[in-house]
Design a protein around this ligand. Sequence first.
Ligand SMILES: Cc1ncc(COP(=O)(O)O)c(C=O)c1O
Length: 375
Amino acid sequence: MFPGAGAGVIPLHAPAFRGKEREYLLECVESTFVSSVGAFVDRAEEVLAAQTGAAYAVACVNGTSALHLCLVAAGVRSGDLVLTQAFSFVATANAIAYTGATPAFLDIDRETLGLSPAAVAEFMANECERDAKGDWIHRASRRRVSACVPMHSFGFVADLDGLAKVCREFDLALVEDAAESLGSTYKDVHSGTVGVMGALSFNGNKIVTAGGGGMILTNDEALAKRLKHLSTQAKMPHKWEYRHDSIGYNYRMPNLNAALLCAQMEQLPSYLARKRALASQYAALLDDTPLSFCNAPAGQSPNFWLCCALLENGEQRDAFLATANAAKLICRPAWELLSELPIYDHAIQHGTLPVSRDIQARIVNLPSSPHHFDD
Ligand SMILES: Cc1ncc(COP(=O)(O)O)c(C=O)c1O
């Protein structure tokens, strides 16, 4: 049924190191610059800015820390409410929780699998009001609503025009969780660059990996400087003195990881081409089957990080997962909705999240490694 089936286990997403990974890592070791200062860190930031069109890129130790730092720099404070989607990986909500804010879980759009601008507008217009200071306050919890974090699920890009508009209307900082969407564009603009900041991940399962790593994209010079400062323990520049002007974070990306990332980034164009070709193959292969392939929404070019298909219902999904995994095709369901996790019992949920529930019950991720099928 699938290309490559029968040749042993077909992983969901395996990294491949076929470029200059060894060369750059060795260069790092020989230079002794293996830790958080080094030429590869600067180079990775330049490469990511150039690739995405962002004016600035700030390297971090992973995507979760990158997202956390975005929220801190966006002014999210303890006690705030931050709007996000229930259909996401737990790191999205955890980054919000690290600031002391509470997530408010909203529904997604069926076409993009990303946060619904209509749900944000409805929540803000019906459940929130401006106070005397001009802040938007959630009436029931009396919390200030300060930011909105859409996530670009599996590399599909959320409706960024709609989200940017509603965030402008309600003074929300738009911070994109672009962990899964390196290479995905929306109306020819790279994901993660429409909001005030966007966070990428280079975890081992992502389209390119640094082993572990993250990157913040922004077009705001002052924010970029602040992010870099906060990520380096907020240490003030001085030849030898240790002065820190705020409580910073040790969120720097080590040079070793940056070396791996630089080598991987050289291969991104070929990975994207392979993934887009694989998506077309899946779409053709799944035609006339009970699986309906999730294709690119209008106006965007996703990276197809994890190819997805929808079954008719949860029962069919479970049967498919059992059969596929028994045949060594590693397929996976989506995450449990964040609103269902006991750790987020205290969070706000807007409405019954019908689209999130429906998609979560029926969607599967298909093997999507950029290189596996040509071995
Ligand atoms: C949606 C989403 N947000 C955040 C992260 C966190 O990235 P990292 O694992 O690099 O911390 C990931 C991936 O792991 C993710 O998929």
